[in-house]
Design a protein around this ligand. Structure first.
Ligand SMILES: *Cc1c(COP(=O)(O)O)cnc(C)c1O
Length: 392
């Protein structure tokens, strides 16, 4: 018998907010009474709590993840004349952050199975001007801390993690944000830990980097009306947002575990479609994966192409996404960096193959089954498959 129809949104935040709605409301009311809207008490409290949960010393709240990358790199002393390695297949904000620091972005291709930056390719791209590497823990899977540290030590590189998709992810016994000199996080609503608007944070182990950042986010002032940092700007985490994030933080590990349960279920159910060219992005980091996204590859061996598959799923009320359809080096805005199509073949192929399936902690396994059966139906109803079957 056919399952009754289910709707599967790509992300659903209401399940997350419903149980904590009263807590959020009283926290917001308290701030309304206190009036400490900018750099208030809740900001300091959440900065300490998030730094501690991630295994780092300092947390500096900023306006968004992009600012966390730009200001974070600046605080680490990265700027004009420095080359910074980053993956070509990342959200464009990684690139924008590097560019805003004044450094020269140097793209690196990724691994086909994990979609993470290829560290062998990164090593090959190192020159005498390379100062830093910005590994992106894409989809919530951390780039191997051990391999990163080996590479960084060998070539005296600074590690600045883009951990915007990997809050409280863990690998080799290290949490995201605790691998290198500093790391950037985003609290955009749909991230694993999301605010009710924009927000971001830099985590660091170094007191000096933390001190510089506190000044950079606050007009470059070390104290009121005394400005020492020319790169200063206005980029602070709102007190209201910090208060909400503080309420959510204790729930985050449980949410990440729920994501893992759904991912493992997807893995098991999708295995039957491997012979039809459906191949999930490989998890090499076990349950420490934060599964911000669950991404499959719809390879050339699949009898339905990605666009058709996405459309079929859409018709069955299943929302999917593509993260990301155009690699950074091929974005029209960045043609001035002079990269041509073919520069990063793995990233370019992946951008044609990847499909992000619905994934959020409140999703049920029945919904995951519904997604998988819709993919299976699309494959088995493909005219190409019927033609091949007829030949046998
Ligand atoms: C979301 C995201 C950012 C940017 O964060 P914002 O808060 O949206 O500025 C940076 N890098 C990656 C990988 C992201 O996913």
């Amino acid at each position: 018998m056919k399952q009754s129809a289910l709707t599967v949104p790509f992300v659903d935040l209401s399940w997350q907010h419903q149980p904590i709605q009263d807590d959020i409301q009283s926290a917001l009311t308290a701030i309304l009474n206190q009036g400490d809207f900018v750099m208030g008490q809740a900001v300091k409290q959440f900065e300490s709590a998030f730094a501690e949960a991630s295994g780092t010393q300092y947390g500096i709240g900023v306006g968004c993840g992009t600012d966390a990358i730009a200001l974070g790199l600046t605080a680490c002393g990265i700027g004009e004349g420095d080359e910074v390695l980053l993956p070509a297949n990342t959200f464009v904000a990684t690139l924008i952050g590097v560019l805003r620091s004044g450094a020269t972005p140097i793209f690196v291709d990724c691994d086909r199975e994990t979609a993470l930056i290829d560290l062998t390719a990164a090593e090959a791209a190192i020159t005498s001007r390379t100062r830093a590497i910005v590994p992106v823990h894409l989809y919530g899977q951390m780039v191997s801390p051990n391999e990163l540290k080996t590479l960084a030590t060998k070539h005296s590189l600074l590690i600045f993690e883009d951990a915007a998709q990997a809050h409280l992810a863990e690998r080799d016994g290290i949490r995201a944000g605790a691998i290198g000199t500093a790391a950037a996080f985003s609290f955009y609503p749909s991230k694993n830990l999301g605010a009710l608007g924009d927000g971001g944070m830099v985590l660091t182990q170094q007191a000096l980097v933390a001190q510089t950042l506190r000044s950079l986010r606050n007009y470059g002032a070390v104290r009121k009306y005394f400005h020492t940092e020319p790169g200063g700007t206005n980029s602070r985490l709102d007190t209201l947002q910090a208060a909400v994030l503080k309420i959510k933080l204790p729930l985050l590990l449980g949410w990440n575990q729920a994501r893992n349960r759904i991912a493992q279920h997807y893995d098991r159910q999708l295995f039957a479609l491997k012979e039809f060219g459906i191949s999930p992005i490989r998890n090499q980091s076990g349950t420490g994966h934060a599964y911000h996204l669950y991404v499959i590859r719809v390879t050339i061996d699949c009898p339905v192409d990605r666009t058709a598959l996405q459309l079929t799923l859409q018709q069955r009320q299943i929302q999917t996404g593509i993260h990301y359809p155009v690699p950074c080096h091929l974005q029209p805005a960045f043609q001035f960096l002079n990269y041509l199509p073919g520069s990063f073949p793995v990233s370019e192929t992946l951008s044609q193959e990847i499909l992000s399936l619905p994934m959020y902690p409140g999703m049920t396994l029945e919904q995951a089954d519904w997604v998988v059966s819709a993919i299976s139906d699309a494959i088995h109803q493909s005219p190409i498959l019927e033609k091949t079957a007829a030949l046998h």
